[in-house]
Structure formats: C-alpha cells, structure tokens
Ligand binder design. Structure first.
Ligand code: FAD
Length: 358
C-alpha cells in the first residue's frame, strides 16, 4: 500500500497562491491520488505506459495547458507549473509524457505552425485523441543537435526526409512526429516538419531496458525517403533556435516537476520515519539526526520555481520570451535532487533498494 501524500508547505508558500491556482493544484492532486498512484507501481515494474489515463488527462486540460484557444485550458504559467509538479509527484514518466505532448509537440505547432496545422492538430492533441512526439536527438548527436544528419529535400510540392532519431519519448505511440531536419535547399538550415507516423518509410521501435522513466515510452525513429506535403513544414521554424525554444518551454515544466518529486520523497521519508521504530521502540523520526537531515532537504526549491512562473505571468511574457528562466528551473532541478537523495536513500538505508516503503 502506498503512503498517502500529506502535503508539504513548511515555508507557508501556499498562501502566495491564488484561489484559481489552488483549485488547479487540487484537481491535479486528486487525479494523481485517485487515478495514477493506485496503478503506477505496477506500470513502473512492467515498463507499461498507462494509456488508459490519457482521455481523463485531456478532459482535465493537462495537454497544452498554458496555450490559448484550440480547446486548450489557457492556464497561467504558475497553474501549468502546479500541474507539472503534481504529475511528477505521482511519476516522472507521466510528467515527461505530458511535457512532450504539451511543450514539444503542441507548443511548436502553436508557435511555428500554419492556421491549417493548428486547426488540424491542436484540438485533437489537447483532448488526447492524438499523441505526438518530438524528434531532435539522433544516435550520434544529443547535446549537440546542430550536428544532426537528418535531411529534408524539396521535390515539387513535397519534402523527402531521411534520418534516424533516438531517445524519442512517445515515439511509437504517436500519431504525429515533429521532426527536425536540415533542409538541403536552404543551406542546411534546421527546420521542423509534421510527419504523420503512418507515412511509408517511417518506422518507430521501442527502446527497452530503461531503469528510470519506465512508465513512459521511449523510442528510436527511422525515416527512409518519407514523403510529406510541403504544407507539413512548420513555416515559422528557422534555425536551431526553433527546437531550442521548445526545449526551454519544456524545462520550465521540468523545474516544477522536480519539486513535485522532492515533495513526494520528503513526505514518504517523514511518514516512514514516524512509523519505523528503533532503539527502545522509539520512532526514528524522534532521533535528532533524522530530523536534521529531513529539514536540510525540505529547504524548499519550490520557492525557486514559483518565481520564474510569476515573472512570466506578471510580465505577460510570451511562453518563449524569457530565456533566462529555464536556467532558473535547471538550478532548482539540481537543488531538488538533494532532498530526494537524502530522504530516499539516507533515511531508508537498506529499504532504499525497494521502490517504496510500507
Ligand atoms: C528517457 C529519455 C527521453 C528522451 N526524450 C527525448 C525526446 O522526446 N526527444 C528528443 O529529441 N530527445 C529526447 N531525449 C534525448 C535527450 O534530450 C538527450 O539524451 C540529450 O540531448 C543528451 O544527449 P546524449 O544522451 O546523446 O548525451 P551526450 O550528448 O552524448 O552527452 C553525454 C554527457 O556529456 C555531457 N556533455 C555533453 N556536452 C558537454 C559539454 N559541452 N560540457 C560538459 N558536459 C557535456 C552531457 O551533459 C552528458 O552528461 C530523451 C532522453 C531520455 C533518456
């Protein structure tokens, strides 16, 4: 039996949230407690993506949550962050799936797409009726996507794509892939294409053997002479800046997600420490060193994620405008690893080898 989450707010930061923000968090939290937590342990063990949850996540407005129109929820950046926080509190793989659908598929269509592309894809992606993936990384080029070897060649009213992509979240369960390629007729400029995954020459295979994010699907993609209409080019894309803008959008949510993971680890460690008795039947939570370790970890990176969110909302910045902010998210993400490691490993000691304590 999983331990029920009690909530973590030692710095009383909840008082800085609006009613709407708290409502969004409550909705996401209830979804995680009622729908995700009961099945996620088995999904993780089996390496199974719980696709059955997709329609409900669509109904709750989790996909493309901060986008306006096209059936999207139009949440503020802080509300969107709170959804990501709660989802990752449930499972990093599920947050990762939602990040890709939202920030790496819907966001580029919304930002760089034609009206026709937006009308065709965004409402269906928002409902979760269609799933998408983002193909930037290649077997030989990860941190350095500018080295990519995937190409697009113009031929009449079509482009012909060739290349390999690797480590692509949701690749083999997607209906559409946002593929980044160097366009031969444009001096190898990097541009984005919408590639329907049932086109001849497009293949996706699942990557097996992961030790983390096991409930999210990770794939390799192969494109061999895949013909797409010229209308499938995302017209607003131009250069590596375009996919990097998408990654920035994703990192904002990932920063919030890391706080959710840390909250879950902290709360689980606390509950376990109150339950576990050592030394004359005393709960280990009463031992001074234990309390000290927990409080070190609880020194809330959450403060750091809220700040860039408020900055975006107050300034009315477009989602791609503030390039410094993902950097803040990355710092927070790094910081948030400490409570996770301290609480999860140090507090549980031998039990740290297990997936959970009960
Ligand atoms: C579960 C999972 C899901 C993913 N989903 C997607 C997806 O949906 N779409 C997609 O396009 N990609 C996806 N990726 C790919 C991910 O973005 C890449 O793993 C990432 O770009 C790093 O590339 P790499 O793994 O090839 O590492 P490499 O580029 O080979 O780097 C190896 C190590 O060297 C370090 N390093 C590299 N360059 C430097 C430097 N200049 N200075 C210091 N250190 C450096 C890196 O930080 C890393 O630790 C996913 C990866 C995983 C594991």
């Amino acid at each position: 039996m999983a331990l029920k989450f009690h909530g973590v707010d030692f710095l009383h930061l909840d008082s800085s949230f609006t009613e709407d923000e708290l409502l969004v968090r409550r909705t996401a939290r209830d979804f995680v407690e009622d729908n995700l937590i009961p099945i996620i342990e088995d999904c993780f063990r089996e390496g199974r993506f719980p696709r059955e949850l997709v329609p409900t996540m669509g109904e709750l407005g989790f996909f493309g949550a901060s986008l306006e129109g096209y059936g999207c929820a139009g949440m503020s950046n802080v509300e969107y962050g709170l959804v990501m926080q709660e989802l990752e509190r449930g499972d990093s793989g599920i947050r990762s799936f939602v990040s890709v659908q939202s920030a790496l598929v819907m966001y580029p269509i919304y930002t760089f797409g034609s009206d026709e592309q937006k009308n065709t894809w965004l409402p269906a992606l928002a409902r979760g009726e269609k799933l998408g993936c983002f193909g930037l990384t290649e077997p030989g080029f990860g941190s350095n996507p500018g080295g990519m070897t995937t190409t697009a060649r113009r031929s009449g009213d079509e482009y012909i794509l060739n290349g390999e992509k690797m480590w692509i979240t949701s690749g083999n369960i997607s209906d559409v892939a946002v593929i980044w390629a160097k366009v031969e007729d444009e001096d190898d400029r990097v541009r984005g294409f919408l590639v329907e995954t049932d086109r001849p020459g497009f293949k996706a295979h699942e990557v097996h053997g992961k030790w983390s994010l096991r409930a999210s699907v990770t794939s390799g993609l192969s494109l061999q002479d895949v013909h797409v209409p010229a209308a499938n080019l995302l017209p607003g894309t131009g250069g590596l800046k375009s996919p990097l803008m998408c990654l920035n959008q994703a990192r904002y949510g990932i920063g919030w997600g890391a706080i959710g993971a840390a909250m879950s680890c902290y709360d689980t460690a606390l509950q376990y420490a109150k339950m576990r008795k050592q030394f004359h039947g005393m709960p280990i939570a009463d031992l001074h060193r234990q309390a000290e370790q927990r409080m070190d970890g609880a020194g809330d990176g959450a403060h750091g994620t809220r700040h860039p969110g408020r900055k975006r909302d107050y300034r009315g910045l477009p989602h791609h405008a503030a390039h410094d902010e993902p950097g803040v998210g990355e710092d927070v993400r790094g910081d948030a690893r400490h409570p996770r490691a301290d609480s999860g490993a140090a507090h549980h000691r031998n039990r740290g080898v297990l997936e959970r304590v009960s």
